[in-house]
Design a binder for this molecule. Structure first.
Ligand code: GRF
Length: 212
């Protein structure tokens, strides 16, 4: 049983999609053993508590400096025996100290088709605002191993069509429903069942199924 730690900052709909997928058997061989938020008001913490999962806030405000915050976050993940770290709307850049402690064991969901609309400044609604401003016809979501901000080998992607009357909010919701809530649980299931390998900086998936 893979022990998964989920890091969140906001509403936690991606966390909910993971919990639902575990409950209905779409994710096997994994359990969420810890949820951490940098934001004490994150509704994601309530979702975890309702599922009787340990839910803690570790905020940078509780520490003298960034390094102490990073150390506390790392210590919590290690103490809890987390084997896979899932960044599900976590608005904190993961420092090298944590990346090195979990090699190919940290995954992130990003609401665009990487390498488009990603990197510093591309988070939350901004990603969708920029996609609409550029006039792309297709966007989507990406699950990737995290080695910094939206870097690291790509595991799964799913495309979502853009409509001419989309607003950033409408598009954000569609990308979540049609892409994020599907590919994040799917990636966790593949990892938990030993089907994901990183070879020469790229991901190979055993029995990879290209959905139409
Ligand atoms: C999602 O759009 C995710 O891709 C992004 O932050 C948002 C989190 O939403 N990184 P939620 O907290 O899972 O509802």
């Amino acid at each position: 049983m893979l022990k998964v730690g989920v890091l969140v900052s906001g509403g936690g709909t991606n966390l909910q999609a993971i919990l639902d997928a575990i409950d209905n058997g779409k994710i096997t061989n994994a359990q969420v053993s810890l949820v951490v938020s940098n934001n004490p008001g994150a509704y994601a913490l309530e979702r975890a508590k309702k599922h009787e999962i340990e839910a803690v806030c570790i905020s940078p405000k509780q520490f003298e400096n960034r390094e102490e915050f990073h150390k506390a976050l790392l210590a919590k993940l290690q103490e809890s025996g987390v084997e896979l770290v899932v960044l599900a709307g976590f608005l904190v850049a993961i420092p090298p100290m944590i990346v090195e402690a979990f090699p190919n064991r940290i995954i992130n969901i990003h609401p665009s088709l990487i390498p488009s609309f990603c990197g510093v400044g591309y988070y939350g609604l901004h990603v969708h605002e920029k996609a609409l401003a550029r006039g792309v016809r297709v966007t989507g979501a990406t699950v990737h191993f995290d080695t910094g901000t939206d870097t690291g080998p790509i595991i799964l992607q799913k495309a979502v069509k853009i409509r001419q009357d989309d607003t950033p909010e409408v598009l954000q919701r569609r990308v979540m429903e049609k892409a994020e809530w599907k590919i994040l649980p799917k990636a966790i299931d593949l990892i938990a069942n030993g089907k994901v390998k990183v070879v020469d900086g790229r991901v190979e998936i055993e029995e990879y199924d290209v959905e139409e």
